[in-house]
Design a protein. Sequence first.
Length: 275
Amino acid sequence: MHRTAPRLTRILACAAVPVMLVVAGCSSDSGDKKDAESSASASPRATKSEPAVEAAKFAELPDPCKAVEAKTVKSLVPSAKSKNGTRSKSSDASVRAGCSWNGLADKGVKGSQYRWLDVGFTRFASDQTLGSGAARAGEEFDKQVRKSEATDGAKNVATGSVTGIGDQATKITYDQSKTDEDFRFTTIVARTGNVVVVVNYNGAGYAGAKTPTAESVLKGASMAAKDAVAAVADANAGGAESPKATGKATDKASDDSSKKPSGKPSSPTASKSSD
């Protein structure tokens, strides 16, 4: 009995050796892992940079009262009160600008024909936070189309795409009755690069004169819109983009409006404009 106890003690001591070695090994691995983590945390981390926003295509707007060619104005508003047009007020003409023409052509016993034409421009700068000028102009384009479709008192509203005018264009045609006269309206909203162009053309017959046809009003609005879009490209023909094209400072577009007739040739009321 006395000899068995020492033998058992020796067996237990030998069995404990592998356990100690395993513990020592785990302790060593843990230390290596901490060292690796410490080394990784000490290395500089790569910083992610946002991709640069696309530069705006156009840095300037044309003179709005010269954007529609003189021959076009003469054709669409033959008895314009001012051939040079009436300039819209704007706090920054490089961001928002507009011009309008109106007149009543007296046809004697055949009555009189009233015509109204206005053109408006809004330019959007590219902004790292707000997006590219073209994308922002696209949003304004959609907004102007919806606004025209919702014109108070409009009847027979029809909307359709137009080809050959800028990067995208939409026509909105409708009728309105004012002071017992029937007016025909066409609004063309077009986008060229980062610029939105809105053209309104309408007419009515007075004193027994016939109301202009929808086709003639649409054709006239299309002529003016093509002139206006071409004028944007001409105003930026130099090709070099100014700092205005990519800064926030040029995006202070005020809510100046182009105008629409009230039905009385002598006192047209305000038309649609960007909010």
